[in-house]
Design a protein. Structure first.
Length: 119
């Protein structure tokens, strides 16, 4: 079980118009200027935008894999421990994070979680 950082980055790169912004401690991911995720290589964790209900459900179901990061603007961000998650589940969460930030034009041709995994 677990997802390598390079595989996570390939999931993000498969998303239309996904942008990376690197700092010395983390990488931020956005679509058209709206953030949808973060990667902290040192801790092998990612932060992903989710709905508030999904944030609560993930953390309640598997607190060893998911943590509350913060809430903002009606969204609940979760920290995901890459060592504790399967690729299929991570691809669904990454796609949902992107979808919550993408424009209507991009959503018209929404990728599927399976297409991200194949990338």
């Amino acid at each position: 079980m677990g997802v390598e950082i390079t595989r996570f980055l390939r999931l993000v790169d498969a998303l239309p118009d996904a942008e990376h912004e690197e700092t010395d401690r983390y990488t931020a991911f956005s679509v058209h200027g709206k953030k949808f995720g973060y990667l902290w290589p040192r801790t092998r964790t990612v932060g992903l935008k989710q709905t508030l209900s999904e944030q609560r459900a993930l953390v309640a179901e598997r607190p060893e894999v998911f943590e509350v990061q913060f809430t903002a603007g009606g969204f609940g961000w979760v920290v995901v421990h890459l060592d504790g998650i399967e690729l299929d589940e991570l691809s669904e969460l990454v796609l949902e994070a992107w979808r919550l930030s993408a424009s209507d034009e991009l959503l018209a041709d929404l990728p599927t979680p399976a297409s991200l995994v194949q990338g």
